[in-house]
Design a binder for this molecule. Structure first.
Ligand SMILES: [Zn+2]
Length: 67
């Protein structure tokens, strides 16, 4: 689990749910967990020195640094 999680307007519960999908993305490149707000798919986006996990419709997003 990455430390230094940056959250963008999400609750602690939503952040924890999104953070819990990190291992799925790293291992499988996807997750079966759905967005807590709209039920949409969650996607991981790689930004070089950091990455984000969030809803495909941008309802919720959290960011990680330094992998
Ligand atoms: Zn959503």
């Amino acid at each position: 689990m990455a430390t230094n999680v940056r959250t963008l307007d999400v609750t602690k519960e939503e952040a924890a749910l999104l953070a819990g999908t990190e291992d799925d993305f790293i291992e499988y490149g996807k997750t079966s967990v759905k967005c807590p707000r709209c039920g949409g798919n969650l996607v991981m986006t790689d930004w070089d020195s950091s990455y984000t996990i969030g809803c495909e419709h941008n309802c919720v997003t959290i960011g990680f640094r330094g992998i």
